[in-house]
Design a protein around this ligand. Structure first.
Ligand code: 13P
Length: 281
């Protein structure tokens, strides 16, 4: 069943677990993630970056593909289809019109007043269509979709101001996590995370989930994080398995076998992630 993220994340916040946001790149990843989460009976958020949307053909193709998989594979868990880091109102509107149930508007590189203006425009449209909205304050650095950015941490005041002026459904405050692999340990500001969580009635989102230690993931969840985004580590385990299949099968040409050689590794990592996040239905 395709749902927005509201109830999923509020329940997760109240019961102190996290919903996995897993980025997809193609039909196979969507299928593997849906099958694995369905067999573990946990909800999932399928994240689609602007780059991945372009790669797969566009938002309509993806929405129809995910709806088709849910029907054809008898997927019974709640599934949220979410745009990750949309950079404009127009992108969010296209995704919503195509059938996405959740969007992240990322205007975090703008001045706060402009971030608020764009986010509010998205919220007004999204809420009229029963679609949930995540926004970002501060700026999460690192590399995603081949774009590298520097980090700026969020402040409690800016988070409050963004929430009060927009009524977003969830917030990703930049507090030290980065996209891609960490150089050394992730340095998360748990004290500010806890203060933001206490001050706002909405769930918090942790981007850059790859490479954060199990202890820090548990601590982040205890400080109000209810959604954790994972992309790089799925790419890493899948490509490692495919690379070794190709090395062992030098004559392989069947794309289904080549892409599918990463299925087991991807599913095994998804199971580890939901176990770590203590995700529940
Ligand atoms: P990682 O690529 O570091 O796992 O981060 C994913 C993410 O935050 C997507 O928005």
């Amino acid at each position: 069943m395709l749902v927005n993220s509201k109830d999923l994340l509020l329940k997760a916040k109240a019961s102190k677990y996290a919903i996995p946001h897993l980025n997809i790149n193609n039909l196979e990843w969507a299928k593997y993630i849906l099958q694995e989460c369905n067999s573990l009976n946990v909800p999932v958020i399928l994240g689609v970056s602007e780059g991945a949307a372009k790669y797969m053909g566009g938002f309509n193709t993806i929405a129809l593909m995910v709806k088709g998989l849910i029907t054809d594979l008898n997927i019974e868990i709640p599934v949220c289809l979410h745009v990750d880091h949309a950079s404009s109102f127009e992108t969010c509107k296209s995704a919503i019109d195509a059938g996405f149930t959740s969007v992240m508007i990322d205007a975090s590189r703008q001045e706060l007043s402009e971030n608020i203006r764009i986010t509010k425009e998205v919220v007004d449209y999204a809420h009229s269509k029963n679609v949930t909205v995540e926004a970002e304050v501060g700026h999460i650095g690192g590399t995603e979709d081949n774009i590298t950015n520097t980090s700026t941490n969020a402040t409690l005041e800016d988070c409050l101001s963004l929430y009060e002026n927009t009524h977003i459904d969830s917030l990703a405050p930049a507090l030290g996590s980065v996209h891609g692999f960490y150089k050394g340990e992730a340095n998360l500001d748990f004290a500010t995370m806890q203060k933001i969580s206490d001050a706002l009635p909405i769930p918090l989102v942790l981007h850059g989930g790859t490479g954060i230690s199990d202890e820090k993931i548990a601590k982040a969840i205890s400080c109000g994080i209810s959604k954790i985004n994972i992309n790089t580590e799925l790419q890493s385990v899948w490509s490692k398995a495919v690379r070794s299949y190709l090395e062992e099968n030098k004559d392989a040409i069947d794309p289904r076998k080549i892409i599918g050689s990463g299925e087991e590794a991807l599913k095994a990592r998804v199971e580890e992630i939901v176990t770590l996040f203590k995700t529940k239905i």
